[in-house]
Design a binder for this molecule. Structure first.
Ligand code: ADP
Ligand code: ZN
Ligand code: ZN
Length: 756
């Protein structure tokens, strides 16, 4: 037996259900359990260790034998008893300090030890109170007597008494300093005199207790009916879909449902597809539930995430409702009663890279099963898979087919860009119909949203003389022009160069931009509407913790008149003064090479359209397109989800896609093109021979090189009716035998189950 060094945690930091759930993820999504653990645990929960260098005890050091660098370290250890590797890097001003450290160990000067650090730092707040002897009745008089010659300190004490009377809760040092307009040094002097004493309290970093507004929510009769139907469906089904048109008030139905679960002591997880959406939802939910709401997503820092983790683990009253992005699924829930998956159709629910490549909706359903909890999926445009399950008796289905209040669905009009009449009347990318509508809406003081599903200024810079288009050095893609920074940038790997002044192929200076992104729309708007305030919301403008919040707030507060953005603003946002939505170009979405392209285009356009006219006035939507007769565009215009669903379902059956087949995609990557070509063919052939189901490939994707690695894909289609577990075993066996071939070992293979 050995001595115990350190107790890591007094209680387990993960639950038995989590471990089962994570194992399921690793099995189902065919990845290593370690990948799941890495995704699941906030890094601060894992203890980190650091190497500490100290002077060897009882060492007699002959400084004559030390080199200059060794001597510097020896000196530093005289001043400070321990050093970290990083300190030594600083002292010697070089990167590789290990040889010198090794020499000092050999000479018996220093020794190393490992120190275990807890990754979590609690937030400690310094409070202040009067020393006990002055809290008696005569206390104030005694105190004033003591301080009779110290006017400033007396002032401070009086401020304290005032605060104490008005606040009726403990006073922080900061509050006192601010109130008395003094410095913390002055307060410190009074502490040293024994008049005040300070003490530390550990506090939560995030607190919504001030948000609560106690405003009641009265459901409309159709919302009330929907709520009752959901509860009814849950008697028989584990999962229910709430299919409610945009602005039907699904959020209000969720709130009432959540309340019912909390009343029985259960906890609720509320998943959102995108962090951008949490801002609005957190304020809506915390207005109702106050501090019972907690938030968990990747823009929160480690300490904040660990606090939520602990609150959930301790089943605390604070985190009864957790709002989060997909990673919130990994929290240590106890007594979880309900999971809401809002905007369930969103593809961001599927993690693409790195593993685990899990789908948060499907993973949520499995988690709920472990907890014997229920799942409510919500969307105005459900995914084909979910609607299929809901209409084939697997899930319950509840519909909300009207908007809340008296508002009707927006009017959708098409602007036919094929039509010469319309096309001649374009200013940049704006049809005169769109310009005219913006002008009218602006005159009424209402706001506009313009949607362009591409960031940057324009996708291409093209040479007019030879047609050359600058490409990324590391990827098989054209660079995107970002005017603001005057750069060409790769959206796959981040590679960037300054915008060239001449063509690198023929030296011509006749360069032109092709296609357009949000940045260009913003610029055109600034010229067209010089007196309007224009905002932009895309990946480039929303970096940083409060990136989204700032833009959403200023749009809500009407400091922005026209907001241009990418698909970020197509989701769930609720602005009450937007009456016009413009879709700049519907076509590039439609022609994406992907079996979900039409479904997604429908969802995207219907969702953006849904931002128009949500409060009291009917909204309008203008869609600019070269394909006004396209079925999908017609389905959007007629708000006909069912027509879209039926058409897509028919195609999915013919072409063997979900919900009839599960797609498992293998992606192979290697810098050596020939090696990859041979390896992927080898793997394809074994798969095709051993699996009695469709195997396609090895295909060269349309972008066949990223970060200098060539790419090939193999698609396996598993009929939904067959057991996927057995097939996965066979696939894994073949992947192992692929790995065993020496010449292919350097080919990386990743597996994506239920590819999106
Ligand atoms: P959805 O999520 O279905 O798109 P929301 O929940 O955002 O719709 O509701 C649209 C708007 O209508 C919101 O501003 C919301 O506050 C308002 N609303 C919906 N239901 C109610 C209700 N029962 N009482 C008051 N306002 C409501
Ligand atoms: Zn050229
Ligand atoms: Zn690149």
């Amino acid at each position: 037996a050995k001595e115990i060094n350190q107790i890591l945690d007094e209680l387990p930091i993960v639950t038995a259900i989590q471990i089962k759930h994570w194992q399921w993820i690793a099995n189902y999504y065919m990845c290593a359990i370690g990948d799941v653990y890495r995704a699941a645990l906030p890094s601060g929960l894992l203890l980190e260790s650091e190497t500490i260098i100290s002077q060897k005890q009882n060492a007699t050091v002959d400084t004559q034998t030390l080199s200059d660098e060794e001597y510097l370290i020896h000196e530093a250890l005289q001043l400070q008893s321990t050093l970290k590797i990083q300190d030594i890097v600083g002292i010697l001003n070089k990167k590789n300090v290990f040889p010198i450290i090794q020499q000092l160990i050999d000479k018996g000067v220093i020794s190393l030890q490992e120190e275990v650090l807890d990754g979590y730092k609690p937030k400690l707040v310094r409070y202040i109170r009067l020393h006990e002897q002055y809290t008696t009745d005569g206390g104030l008089n005694t105190l004033l007597e003591v301080l009779k010659n110290a006017a400033k300190q007396k002032e401070l004490v009086l401020n304290y008494f005032q605060l104490n009377a008005s606040e009726q809760k403990p006073i922080t040092v900061k509050k006192l300093v601010d109130a008395a307009k003094t410095t913390s040094a002055a307060v410190k002097a009074l502490i040293e005199k024994g008049i005040f004493e300070d003490y530390l309290i550990q506090e939560d970093r995030v607190d919504f207790s001030n948000n609560q507004s106690n405003k009641e929510i009265l459901l409309s009769s159709s919302q009330q009916a929907a709520l009752e139907q959901i509860t009814e469906r849950f008697l028989e089904k584990e999962v229910c879909l709430l299919h409610g048109v945009t602005a039907s008030g699904k959020t209000e139905v969720y709130i009432k449902l959540i309340e019912e679960y909390l009343e029985t002591g259960k906890k609720v997880l509320y998943l959102l597809p995108e962090i951008a959406l949490t801002t609005q939802l957190v304020s809506r939910l915390s207005a109702y539930f106050g501090n019972k709401v907690a938030v968990f997503h990747s823009k929160y820092n480690n300490n904040e995430r660990i606090e939520v983790w602990r609150q959930v683990l301790q089943n605390s009253d604070k985190a009864q409702i957790v709002i989060g992005a997909r990673s919130a699924l990994f929290l240590p829930f106890k007594e979880l009663g309900l999971i809401i998956v809002d905007e369930e159709h969103e593809q961001t629910y599927k993690q693409m890279d790195p593993a685990p490549r899990y789908h948060a909706r499907d993973t949520a359903i499995v988690l709920a099963n472990f907890h014997e909890a229920k799942v409510l999926l919500g969307s105005a445009t459900p995914s084909i898979e979910t609607y299929y399950n809901a209409t084939n008796d697997k899930f319950g289905l509840v519909e909300l087919s009207h908007r809340y209040g008296k508002v009707t669905m927006p009017v959708i009009e098409l602007v036919d860009l094929k039509d010469k009449y319309f096309r001649k009347r374009m200013t940049g990318h704006f049809s005169d119909t769109l310009i005219q509508n913006i002008t009218e809406v602006k005159a009424l003081g209402e706001q506009v949203i313009l949607f362009q599903n591409r960031r940057g200024y324009s996708p291409l810079l093209e040479c007019l003389t030879c047609g050359h288009v600058p490409q990324c050095q590391q990827c098989d893609v054209s660079l995107t022009y970002h005017k603001h920074k005057n750069q060409l940038r790769c959206h796959y790997c981040g590679y960037s160069i300054a915008k060239p002044t001449h063509c690198h192929a023929c030296s011509s200076v006749d360069l032109t931009t092709k296609g357009f992104g949000t940045e260009q729309i913003q610029q055109e708007l600034e010229l067209l509407f010089p007196d309007s305030k224009i905002g932009r919301m895309d990946q480039d403008t929303t970096r940083g913790k409060f990136g989204f919040e700032k833009i959403i707030d200023s749009f809500k507060n009407r400091e922005i008149d026209i907001l241009v953005g990418t698909q970020m603003l197509a989701k769930g946002l609720d602005f009450d003064n937007v009456t016009l939505v413009g879709i700049m170009n519907a076509d590039n979405m439609l022609y994406h090479p992907d079996f979900r392209a039409f479904e997604r285009s429908f969802q995207m356009m219907t969702q953006v359209a849904g931002r128009s006219g949500r409060a009291s006035k009917q909204g309008k939507v203008l869609i600019q397109t070269y394909n006004p007769d396209h079925n999908t565009i017609q389905q959007v215009t007629n708000n006909n989800y069912i027509a879209m669903y039926k058409e897509q379902l028919y195609d999915r059956q013919i072409y063997k896609y979900p919900p009839y087949f599960r797609i498992i995609k293998l992606t192979l990557k290697q810098r050596d093109y020939e090696k990859l070509k041979q390896g992927s063919l080898w793997l394809y052939q074994v798969m095709a021979q051993n699996l009695a189901i469709p195997v396609l490939g090895p295909e060269e994707p349309s972008i066949n090189r990223i970060r200098n690695e060539y790419i090939r894909t193999i698609i396996i289609k598993v009929p939904t009716a067959t057991s996927v577990a057995g097939i996965k075993k066979t696939i894994q066996k073949m992947l192992n035998s692929f790995d065993a071939v020496a010449q292919y070992r350097a080919i990386k293979v990743s597996v994506n189950v239920d590819f999106y």
